[in-house]
Design a protein around this ligand. Structure first.
Ligand code: PLP
Ligand code: COI
Length: 357
């Protein structure tokens, strides 16, 4: 596939871009361009373009606006100390996007085409990739654009990629997270869309996230839908529990949680560092009693946007408890250092995770 490239006629000035890169926050500042690619039942993938980032016109009857047929990905481009620009495991994002598409009855974009589209945007907007601690967050997404109100998989889709330079996801920086346990709302049920990265999952989680904010918490912990007992994940991150004997537990991929790329990378890194990692169910009661008895030494969350974040306090309608989280060289900080080191090219990439653009 060849993408037709039409550079922005009046991109943001170098001076304004440098200013924006100083403190971009998360998801507010966007680069100059976007990628679009269409799919129709008759033509398959076609009309690939790189153009100035601009509003998209869609028909008011477009299926996405009524039945929420939409999926997305979250990935990052990093500038290494040597000045190269790299992606971290983009094949994993392409693969998860394909699995999300299948679950939402959408067409699958081939892995090579997905990566080509992402790379085309990073190349044209390369000056937007921050150096130092920041990165360029990439947001590939696809929605049903067919104008049709019948309830069936749409026959036309628009795939897009947009990008924004980002700094830390949480305003508090490295401050340990305070979490709210939702006993009223669940994120996903068996047979549902929990393992897919579809907008609907996030729409349904917002009320619980708002409840978390009302309780002064950063994020919401979702429990399983059947028993409201087993820990699943946060609204936008996977969870890990570190025991005082150094072993690590993370909830298993049972189809109701998102198979995080950071999660799987951390499991591999921890095992390579000699740590024992078990993917096993872990309950809310266990979390509290292990934290109170001292059996649990750390808990942390991870994801592309937030990287690795320690958890300090857990609040629920039945009270709160703290996780010890020894300061200094915690397991979380050691794992983060390895992960970020590989992503930024400061630690050798022995597994072929990093792809130079
Ligand atoms: N869980 C949810 C619900 C998420 O939105 C994310 C973010 O993408 C993750 C987990 C972490 O996934 P990843 O490490 O692939 O970013
Ligand atoms: C990510 O980490 O990429 C996410 O998608 C989390 C959130 C911004 C939705």
């Amino acid at each position: 596939m060849t993408f037709t490239i039409t550079p922005h006629a009046s991109p943001v000035s170098a001076q304004a871009r440098e200013k924006a890169l100083e403190d971009p926050g998360f998801g507010r500042v966007f680069t100059d361009h976007m990628v679009t690619l269409r799919w129709s039942a008759a033509q398959g993938w076609h009309d690939g373009k790189v153009t100035a980032r601009a509003p998209i016109a869609i028909d008011p009857a477009a299926s996405v606006l009524h039945y929420a047929q939409e999926i997305f990905e979250g990935m990052k481009a990093y500038r290494t100390a040597k000045g190269d620009i790299v992606l971290f495991r983009p094949d994993k994002n392409a693969n998860r996007f394909a699995r999300s598409a299948e679950r939402l009855a959408m067409p699958v974009i081939p892995e090579a085409l997905f990566i080509q589209a992402v790379e085309a945007l990073v190349k044209i907007d390369k000056d937007w990739v921050p150096s130092g601690a920041g990165s360029l967050y990439l947001r590939p997404f696809m929605f049903a654009s067919e104008a049709f109100l019948g309830v069936r998989p749409a026959q036309e889709y628009l795939f897009c990629v947009i990008a924004c330079p980002v700094g830390p996801y949480f305003k508090g920086g490295d401050k340990p997270l305070k979490l709210w346990v939702s006993d009223k709302y669940t994120r996903a049920a068996p047979g549902g869309t929990g393992a897919a990265k579809c907008g609907g999952n996030y729409a349904a989680s917002l009320i619980a996230q708002a409840e978390a904010s009302e309780h002064g918490c950063d994020q919401v912990v979702f429990l399983d839908a059947a028993e409201h007992r087993w820990i699943e994940e946060l609204g936008g991150m996977n969870l890990f529990f570190v025991m005082s004997d150094g072993s690590i537990v993370t909830p298993p991929l049972t189809g109701t949680i998102l198979p995080g790329i950071t999660r799987t990378s951390i499991i591999d890194i921890a095992r390579d560092m000699g740590m024992k990692v078990t993917e096993a169910p872990y309950s809310m009661d266990q979390w509290r009693s292990d934290a109170e008895s001292g059996k649990l030494s750390e808990a942390f969350a991870c994801g592309t946007a937030a990287v690795v974040a320690s958890i300090g306090e857990i609040v629920s309608s039945s009270g709160s408890f703290r996780v010890k989280n020894a300061s200094g060289a915690t397991v979380a900080s050691k794992l983060k250092e390895q992960l970020v080191g590989i992503q930024k090219g400061n630690i050798a990439d022995s597994r072929g995770w990093v792809r130079k653009i």
